[in-house]
Design a protein around this ligand. Sequence first.
Ligand code: SF4
Ligand code: SF4
Length: 204
Amino acid sequence: MDVNTCIQKLQYVGILTFATVDAEGNPQVRNISAVHYAADGIYFYTARGKNFCKELLADGRVQILALTKYKEMIRLSAVAHLVPDSEQEHYKDIIFAEQPYLTNVYPDDSREIGIIFCIKDGSVEYFNLGVRPIFRETYSYNGGALPPKKGFQITDNCIACGTCATGCPQQCIEEGDQYHIQEEHCLHCGRCYENCPAEAIIRY
Ligand code: SF4
Ligand code: SF4
């Protein structure tokens, strides 16, 4: 897997879930399909009256989530920026040409109520629950910063009793003098963490 394939999968899924944060700090989520994928970023259209637009202008943080039919979860974390006025019409033309249903929603010149935002960079998490062991990886999108690590780590307090490996639902803990979690196959379920008799497992 790689970041470009993840972005292509977002495109194949088509209707994406976009989450933002409102002024009270509450999560807000909705589906968006008025999206154009370009080499320099992901462009999308929304109406200026919508709370979605208000939250993007005020905060900008956004997470985009898609689930493929193969049980692959793809999550893009980013900050959305308003596209300059000089480029607004250009991207509206492209998005309305790629998504003909939009002309039904915003016929004639009513599309002027819409506004184009762009995501230029961010990070992408890929999580595939359709294979065994499960597979996860995190990538930079267009040079964006990676998120803080998640999951669990076995420390040198490990007494090599094997309890964690036996109970791991994905069998992704390797034996050794100090046991080791294969992070790319870990569910982050926490079972090893809760059952280690030596409290040798820490949460990132
Ligand atoms: S359960 Fe704890 S002490 Fe036992 S092997 Fe796993 S990490 Fe090491
Ligand atoms: S968190 Fe769950 S999946 Fe990951 S190593 Fe521990 S028991 Fe296994």
